[in-house]
Ligand binder design. Structure first.
Ligand code: PMP
Length: 430
């Protein structure tokens, strides 16, 4: 075997350095099975951060379907074949009534870029409001509305003038705390919209995740999206729900994240889990909104919705359903959250356990009053967890939150193993 250090050096010589790699000494992964990854020496790791492979790794039914389709046909999506029609139909069937038109792309960034272009075309305006500290992608428009300084320290200084970030409704760490803070956070959006009104150039739209993802899955305060969507629509703006992480059953109770807030968006963007690791994304919207793009030009993606991508998308939906993975996300998620909360009673560094389903975040603080972020401690805890066979990663603008987004097939034993290992690290020190 080539030495791990030598391979890492080779990777760094020709693989672009800005493409992130979170571990100081990453394990060299060779294969995966369900929620586990195995390195070249056969050592197993519990994969607790993989928000892409929702079905788990190495799913035989998916592998067989992909292999069959590859050997039959894969081609430029300009051609006419059955699976793209079937997949679009299935996605439209999963979306709320009226959102019956689907674009297929290859990633979450592309989906959000296209959603913004649709909002521009439909509204005839340019200005878009997004939440501070959000991440929506790296392509030009999706990056512009991403204001996460953890991902991009320049985020707030390089913003184009059509982007208007507003205070994130972070009910744990924001200036307004608790569920009763809805009105304060809605007022912050109202003030931003009033500034845009003064320009007299209209409003194109508003984009956010239904659960505040970058901070480890903090639910938006109740009624927030209903109030914000009403203000945006009153100005002719389009409401975009970024479901790249929160959609597809990860939250356990609903298939879509926006259902947590009881709202219906105008545009849904999806990616990550929908392809279980295969590059696949979608924009789901109303027909008139999709067709507005014809005013500006056209849309084309060579591989978006290709025969292989469409078969992957259909098979992922079949497996999600047949293996009841949304139910598993709810039951195992509830169990894991209770175990993590119990750790909070023993260890003062655990400031809070955020999230729901298999979208959880453990926020580490040095002081529960001041909420001083325990950033270095979080990095050290992740490194110790790796030594114990758990792949974990920090998230949040202070990198002080454990990002818990495992495959939705996570077993109860694996959830307990993770909680046990975290307990051990907190007991032993890091
Ligand atoms: N939106 C959200 C909420 C995301 O988490 C991500 C990826 N982290 C994206 C969009 C971008 O998706 P992709 O990496 O597939 O371009």
């Amino acid at each position: 075997l080539p030495a791990a250090g030598e391979l890492l050096q080779r990777r760094q010589s020709h693989f672009a350095r800005p493409q992130k790699n979170y571990y100081r000494q990453p394990p060299q992964i060779e294969r995966g099975w369900r929620e586990h990854l195995f390195d070249v020496e056969g050592r197993a790791y519990l994969d607790m951060v993989n928000n892409v492979t929702i079905l788990g790794h190495g799913h035989p039914r998916l592998s067989a379907a992909v292999g069959r389709q590859w050997s039959l046909l894969n081609t430029n999506s300009r051609f006419h074949y059955a699976s793209v029609a079937e997949f679009s139909e299935r996605l439209a069937g999963l979306a709320p009534e009226g959102l019956d038109t689907v674009f297929l792309v290859n990633s979450g960034s592309e989906a959000n870029d296209l959603a913004i272009r649709l909002a521009w075309a439909y509204s005839g305006a340019r200005h878009v409001v997004s939440l501070l500290e959000a991440y929506h992608g790296w392509t030009v428009a999706s990056d512009a509305v991403s204001t996460s300084i953890a991902d991009n320290p320049q985020a707030l200084t390089t913003r184009p003038d059509w982007v208007h970030p507003v205070l994130s409704p972070n009910t744990y760490r924001g200036p307004f705390r608790g569920e009763g803070s809805t009105g304060d956070y809605v007022r912050a959006v109202g003030e931003k919209l009033a500034e845009i009104d003064e320009k007299q150039e209209g409003l194109a739209g508003f984009i956010c995740e239904a659960v505040y993802g970058n901070a480890g899955g903090i639910p938006l305060p109740p009624g927030y999206l209903e109030a914000v969507y009403a203000m945006v629509r009153a100005r002719g703006g389009v409401c975009i729900a970024d479901e790249v992480q929160v959609g597809y059953g990860r939250l356990g109770h609903h298939f879509w994240g926006f259902e947590e807030q009881g709202v219906v968006p105008d545009i849904i963007t999806v990616a990550k889990g929908m392809g279980n690791g295969h590059p696949l994304g979608a924009v789901i919207t109303r027909r008139e909104m999709a067709e507005a793009l014809e005013k500006e030009g056209y849309f084309f993606s060579s591989a978006g919705g290709s025969p292989v991508s469409s078969v992957v998308g259909l098979t992922v939906l079949d497996i999600l359903h047949d293996e009841a993975l949304q139910d598993n996300a709810r039951t195992i998620g509830d169990h894991l959250k209770a175990r993590l909360q119990a750790l909070g009673e023993r260890f003062p560094i655990v400031g809070a356990v955020h999230g729901m389903g298999l979208y959880l975040g453990v926020e580490f603080v040095r002081d529960r009053e001041t909420l001083e972020p325990a950033t270095e401690e979080t990095a050290a805890i992740c490194d110790r967890l790796l030594d114990l066979g758990v792949i974990m990663q920090p998230t949040g603008d202070h990198l002080n939150v454990l990002k818990i987004k495992p495959p939705l097939c996570l077993s109860r034993e694996s959830a307990d193993f993770f909680a046990d290992m975290l307990e051990q690290v907190l007991e032993d020190g890091w």
